[in-house]
Design a protein around this ligand. Sequence first.
Ligand code: PXG
Length: 463
Amino acid sequence: MNMITNHPPTAELQALDAAHHMHPFTDADALAKNGVRIITRAKGVTLTDSDGAQILDAMAGLWCVNIGYGWDSMADVAARQMKELPFYNTFFQTSTVPAIALAQKIAELAPGDLNHVFYASGGSDANDTNVRLVRHYWAAKGKPTKKVIISRQNAYHGSTMAGASLGGMTAMHAQGGLPIADIVHIGQPNWYDEGGELSPEEFGLLRARELEAKIEELGEDAIAAFIAEPIQGAGGVIIPPSTYWPEIQRICDAHEILLIADEVICGFGRTGQMFGSQTYDIRPDIMTIAKGLSSGYAPIGASIVCDEVANTVAHAGDFNHGYTYSGHPVSCAVALENLRILEDEKMVENVASVTGPYLKEKWEQLADHPLVGEAKIQGFMASVAMTPDKAARAPFAAPKGSVGLIARGHCFGNNLIMRHVGDRMIISPPLILNRSDVDTLMDRAVKALDLTLAEIKANGLYA
Ligand code: PXG
């Protein structure tokens, strides 16, 4: 087989990377000092780096490689499509076979009357589509004042101007003049950090009712939509209390606003059903999808739109919006093959009822670790919150994220990729994980937590 295995030595690659490659969400000076880690190949759930280390990828790339690495048929489909038709656009009364076939497949998989697909290149630009689409929809209904989109603090909806504005990340808003107009934020259902003395159920209701209060404050005539991730991913895998989504759904039903479920992470099996909306009984008018749609093998995202919104917009003239790569034929062909594999290999069932319950049992045992205040999991999304004081669910005295960074270092050191969000450690592994992978993951995770505890006791951060 013809594979690229020869490459310059790691130090040389690191120097070139520092000289020429600007990284997302990265302190470039710090990275140049530490040296970047270079991943050269991957198979199944395992990455290989430029020094030959074998690393268990418990983040599935970046929450996306749902089917795991190394499926030959994915490469074959891409090669075949590139030879047949590498590109054609979907703008001027034209379409392509893969774009049509994938739209039909997505409509078949999506619940309810989510039957219409508008393609993007990823999740951020799909959310940009959503902002323009919902405002255009209300204008077409003769209600042009309905423009405000309500989102949540600590949400992640992407990095474009609209995506980052919808998101509730203060560090992102602090740069580049965000959020853009007519996007507002309510509180998040993060009981561990913000629930105080309330029970999770009481707190879930309280936070859901902030939506109703915001609708009343601004007036229904001003509001276009509410957007939320079924489970917040980049915010730290915040699994909402059981009372939260039923109350949000009730409020959306009682008011004339659209509900957008951002399924970029939750979609395609991660929560144990095809969509997070099914896990939580959410009935969205629009879904954002990306990541698991192609398992990251090719860039693609989309908005899945319900009959009412799509039909209204269809009768309102041109929707002046679209991307060169909307419906890219190679990405669509790759996504179709990805969905075939996901279904044929019963990967969602693996999360729901084979490996998923075993991972849950093991993961929840982490709550007994002296460093862990909470260990929560839904399907193949899980988090542990680290704390110096379990009973009080207290944060560390050190700046937020200091301990998380140390823990991430110990994960790397033990050939495990876990991500840290502040002082939470999170996983989102490929859906092909089996029991023996779970054992390896848990051994390494416990070791990393032990080493973290020892280090912060030694350096005075355990307070
Ligand atoms: N919505 C959600 C819910 C996401 O998680 C996006 C939209 C944007 O998708 P694109 O494809 O434009 O990146 C995302 C992406 C992290 C991390 O550090 C998470 C994402 C992206 C990058 C980093 O957890 N999620």
